[in-house]
Design a protein around this ligand. Sequence first.
Ligand code: FCB
Length: 474
Amino acid sequence: MPDPTTVTFPPAFLWGAATSAYQIEGAVREGGRTPSIWDTFSHTPGRTADGDHGDLAVDHYHRYREDVALIAELGLTAYRFSVSWPRVQPTGRGPAVQAGLDFYRRLVDELLANGIRPALTLYHWDLPQELEDAGGWPERDTAYRFAEYAHLVGEALGDRVEQWTTLNEPWCSAFLGYASGVHAPGRTDPAASLRAAHHLNLGHGLATSALRSVLPPHTSVAVSLNSAVVRPASDCAADLAAARKIDDLANGVFHGPILHGAYPETLFAATSTVTDWSCVRDGDLALIQQPLDALGLNYYTPALVEAAGPAPSGPRADGHGVSAHSPWPGADDVAFLQSPGDRTEMGWTIDPSGLYDLLTRYAGEAPGLPLYVTENGAAYDDKPDSEGYVHDPERIAYLHGHLAAVRRAMADGADVRGYYLWSLMDNFEWAYGYGKRFGAVYVDYATLARTPKSSARWYGRAARTGSLPTPEAD
Ligand code: FCB
């Protein structure tokens, strides 16, 4: 008799791992690639831990065959990667560079030859520096440039990639990039960050239309949002209002226009001292609200908030870096508290129920739209033992808890089609550099040797059997 406690997934469920271009590729000067905002930012003193940058990263550009072989050996069925915009269209304008497209063609062909489904993200934060010099995402033209780039990539790879994602986590691009400044391009201008959010939405809509015009009909187009799970510290009216404000600034600002064709009125009210939203032109919302085939949700930890007086000045950690500037325009009267419970190496509280809440919420808000968990995972201070094995039982427990939450959400009606572990391998963790290891595969940064951690083997067993081994089965 099957063990009733075994968590089992449907056979078609995708078991994936995720990465992004700047975090793994290296080869920043090869094949005509020009700098992105992340090259500039990471080479600016004081911006990243230890001055780390992605010049070499984990050299995936040269080792992609080895990396695909690893994915195949583990038994995973899908791989989510991103295309580096400045590798494909170096100035952000004009024709594509053949060498750039060829790299991604080779990667995709290698995946397909190994029976692994490629899931391509067009934008995981590496804006060509030339476009930032022209104003970046706060400028409307960047949205049109993004659509042109989407068209180029769609034309080149549409014959072999079935799963497309426009943007990864536009919240980070807009608010960490232009408000708190802990991510590239490192600007601290709240009004510009809200314009960036709108132009990212517009870019998503225009890129979706551009992709539709070149992709075969069976391909899927989606967006990946790091939708926050916002919990009020109490149910008093002031804390509920604080949670509502953060929910609008984290979720409503993207889900509103993308899924429902409107920004929440409460968002306009909350940000009225920062901007009049005159960047939203007639017709924009119709351009943004394009029919989608799926919705990607990235989840790591919930947010716990309460009403507060004006925030104390001075640098504060926001989970992605330290800045004296808030990533939440118009929300100086909201305080973020540490959620109770164990934390990962990022200081992020482990709470699988947040993933359940997120999936069931969007199953309700976007009925009929298939959902994917496009990122979920944990950083730990992993080290090889004397025999070279890397044991990471905490990561196994994290994955087990979150995958079980996914399965519960499915049982309660959420149409979740797949899960992508962040990340396939240790890599450049943005402002934290190489100090934070999210990989299921360990990377020795001195030799670039890859060693699957015990979590990679555990996850591979889950993928091969379609059910979760006990967390102890390492
Ligand atoms: C997400 C990013 C991803 C990685 C994880 C830890 O916000 O999309 O690149 O940095 O966090």
